[in-house]
Design a protein around this ligand. Structure first.
Ligand SMILES: Cc1ncc(COP(=O)(O)O)c(C=O)c1O
Length: 381
């Protein structure tokens, strides 16, 4: 059996161990230390964000962004439906109600018109429209100009879920730095990883300081433990930050590599037997975290046929995210849909897109897919 090709495995560049060894030598193993501070500064320098706080996960970052804005049971929070559940779960931790918004077909991200419909519905139902969590899915930026207009019109907080889009450009700025807050994930499958971790960035220094305080169990500056508020154990460890600093040195080349993988699939699979490689948005420049395909209903292929054929050859692929409005756990939540994300879920597949893929790996993947062309049916005599 040939070696397994994973969807998006960690890609160590070699610098990580240097940082980690330094952290070990200095015994900075705790969720405090110089690498955390440096990693935050480096993320700010790279993205242009004003302030950053390193946390245990992207999910924790979203949760704290809602807490410091006092989200609660009377609030409606609008979230992209086409996403991973980590975008939506934190809404429920605060008692606020998630309202799911379907996608536009060109970017696969939140549809601003449906968003406005949802906001007016909340107002009509005497709910408080509070915040928007807009996802830049698969590293492709959402229609932020239009979404920002809705946010301004109704005075909504804008939180960018840039978990998958570090390094992607929206207009001419980095995703995550445009809204009131942006979050990044450094989970093992992301474009850079700290094994597990996240970061929140934002413009409001006071609120970011509050997030830092809450993430360290709301410890007050006393020699003894003194608490005036409920805290969370959400801070990133110094060792994780050291890995992140090493990873960050290769972010640019990782983004370039993922973009070239997109181009390769585009060149070798687009238009083949009903396959369309995902569109590239016009709002900016995607980091191409994952390259996905959709398959026409008229094709002899289906996402499952392709997935199982790849699996047989020890190659991992995955259906697109199942929309939140179809998830049993969110069955009682409101959603504003247009069929786009359901159709994408039905017809889509994520292909291996890791930055460590070799050209042989890519050829192996494409050969399996192209080898699936059915033979013409036997003619009846
Ligand atoms: C779009 C999106 N949002 C949020 C998250 C949550 O991030 P984390 O796994 O770091 O908690 C992820 C991924 O893991 C994600 O893909």
């Amino acid at each position: 059996m040939e070696k397994r090709i994973f969807l998006s495995p960690p890609d160590m560049c070699g610098e990580e161990l240097r940082y980690v060894n330094k952290a070990f030598d200095a015994n900075w193993i705790a969720p405090a230390g110089p690498d955390i501070d440096a990693f935050e500064k480096e993320i700010c320098a790279l993205t242009g964000a004003s302030h950053a706080v390193a946390l245990a996960s992207g999910t924790a970052a979203l949760h704290l962004s809602l807490i410091v804005n006092n989200a609660g049971p009377s609030d409606d929070i609008y979230c992209s439906s086409f996403t991973f559940a980590g975008s939506a779960f934190p809404i429920t931790y605060t008692g606020a109600h998630p309202v799911f918004i379907d996608s536009e077909s060109n970017s696969w991200n939140m549809d601003p018109e449906l968003l406005e419909k949802a906001v007016t519905d909340s107002i009509a139902n005497k709910r408080t429209p509070k915040a928007v969590i807009v996802v830049h899915l698969y590293g492709q930026c959402a229609n932020l100009d239009a979404i920002q207009c809705v946010c301004k019109k109704y005075n909504l907080l804008l939180i960018e879920d840039a978990a998958e889009s570090l390094g992607a450009i929206c207009g001419n700025v980095q995703t995550g730095t445009i809204g009131d807050f942006g979050i990044y994930s450094f989970n093992g499958n992301k474009i850079i990883t700290t094994s597990g971790g996240g970061m929140i960035v934002g413009h409001n220094r006071e609120l970011l300081d509050k997030i830092r305080y809450l993430s360290t169990q709301a410890r007050e500056p006393f020699p003894y433990y003194h608490h005036t508020t409920i805290g969370y154990n959400y801070r990133m460890s110094n060792v994780s930050a050291a890995i992140g600093r090493g990873q960050l040195t290769s972010l640019e080349s990782k983004v370039e590599k993922r973009r070239s993988i997109y181009e390769y699939y585009q060149k070798s699979l687009n238009g083949y037997n009903g396959i369309t490689v995902m569109p590239r948005d016009t709002f900016g420049k995607a980091n191409c975290w994952l390259t996905c395909i959709t398959i026409d209903k008229s094709s002899s292929l289906t996402p499952d046929i392709v997935r199982l054929a790849l699996e047989k050859e020890n190659i991992e692929s995955r259906p697109l995210w199942k929309p939140m409005h179809l998830q049993p756990i969110f069955a009682n939540c409101k959603s504003f849909t247009n069929g786009v994300s359901e159709d994408l879920f039905d017809r889509g597949l994520c292909l291996p897109s890791g930055s460590s893929l070799s050209s042989d790996d890519l050829e192996r993947i494409v050969e399996v897919v192209r080898g699936l062309t059915p033979q013409p049916p036997l003619r009846k005599r």
